[in-house]
Design a protein. Structure first.
Length: 155
């Protein structure tokens, strides 16, 4: 148990001090199941390095939550000059527009970086019937944070 807590502490610490300045940011959302309830996982990936640099797990999706997600990215990373790559998510497109970000619709190409991350998360959770059973949202979020750390070490 201590190793898990240490990893979570180290992961959180690295997330606080580690800052990126990407040219492009691929953002997306996907639904995962948490105790048979849908939760939305937001993720931001640098498509040039495939680095997963921000995630957020939310009980619903809307433009306000998407704006909060983008604000969290901006607090931690210099994305003022970045082009955000967004698929058909209306909430992420609206949030980018409202925050004044340069963004473009892209279904393939560089946006595939975030899709690779989502495929890996879903591949790993299929072992648990594609659902975090008997887990709180905080536990699932901690697991995703740990996966982010491990993902970035392996790329």
């Amino acid at each position: 148990m201590s190793n898990v807590l240490d990893l979570l502490f180290i992961t959180g610490f690295i997330r606080l001090i580690y800052s990126l300045n990407p040219d492009h940011v691929a953002v997306d959302e996907t639904v995962i199941q948490l105790n048979n309830e849908p939760y939305w996982l937001y993720a931001a990936v640098d498509p040039e390095t495939n680095e997963l640099f921000h995630t957020s797990l939310e009980p619903t999706t809307n433009t306000v939550i998407a704006q909060t997600f983008l604000a969290e990215i901006e607090e931690k990373h210099d994305v003022s000059e970045a082009v955000f790559l967004v698929d058909g998510s209306h909430s992420l497109q609206a949030a980018c527009h409202r925050r004044g970000y340069n963004f473009r619709y892209e279904k393939h190409g560089n946006r595939n970086a975030v899709e690779r991350v989502f495929r890996e998360i879903k591949r790993r959770t299929v072992c648990f019937s594609n659902c975090f059973s008997n887990a709180s949202a905080d536990t699932a979020d901690d697991w995703i944070t740990s996966l982010s750390f491990a993902w970035n070490q392996l790329i």
